[in-house]
Design a protein around this ligand. Structure first.
Ligand SMILES: [Zn+2]
Length: 215
């Protein structure tokens, strides 16, 4: 489905000539794991992208504001994380509007990055999202942190992995592992000669922003 579509509409990975990797965190905010993760990201000067659930953003508005204040992209990931197979295009778009409106109230601007639950999208759902100006963001690197069972297992996935510029890594801030493994993640990516950028850097100002972040 990505074939031929501009990255502004449908992104699986960033430009291969980017010198940065994008870390993305789904399903939060979580009252314990998200602050811990934000602390580690700040310690390593990493700007990332969060795809928050509306129902969790509603419960933890201060964490959403903190994400944005610390330079991260805040995208959305539906309100309820409904099962894609039983969620109609109409329902998904309605949830995306509900979450976008909530984030707009919290942040003063509507989000434009959307990650579909489980990465499942249909043409009908995509058309509804594009009609409201959303960029659909998937990923090309999946360490499956939700099933790692320990930070050590997640660290092991990152160490020595041949990262490439433009990689988009799927992680979750409703588990403790990403925060606990962040020191090793920062070292592993930088050892590959790459830096970090939020996904919006790849279409806001292609190249220079991502390169600057990699420096
Ligand atoms: Zn999710």
């Amino acid at each position: 489905m990505a074939a031929g579509l501009p990255r502004r509409m449908f992104m699986v990975a960033g430009p291969p000539d980017s010198r940065a990797v994008s870390l993305t965190f789904d399903d939060g905010p979580h009252p314990e794991h998200t602050p811990a993760l934000l602390d580690r990201l700040a310690a390593h000067d990493i700007r990332a992208t969060f795809f928050v659930l509306g129902r969790n953003a509603e419960k933890h508005p201060d964490l959403v504001r903190r994400m944005s204040a610390e330079g991260h992209d805040v995208g959305h990931h539906s309100f309820t994380h409904g099962e894609p197979a039983t969620t109609s295009a109409r329902e998904l778009v309605a949830e995306s509007w509900r979450t976008a409106r909530l984030l707009g109230e919290l942040l003063g601007r509507r989000p434009r990055l959307f990650r579909p639950p489980h990465g499942k999208i249909t043409a009908g759902k995509a058309l509804g999202l594009w009609a409201s100006g959303q960029t659909i963001v998937l990923w090309n690197q999946d360490p499956k942190d939700f099933s790692c069972g320990s930070a050590e297992a997640l660290r092991a996935w990152f160490v020595g992995r041949p990262f490439a510029g433009g990689d988009v890594v799927l992680l979750h801030d409703v588990h403790p592992y990403a925060a606990q493994a962040m020191d090793a993640i920062a070292v592993a990516v930088r050892a590959a000669g790459l830096g970090f950028c939020p996904v919006s850097a790849w279409f806001d100002s292609p190249g220079p922003a991502a390169s600057a972040r990699a420096a």
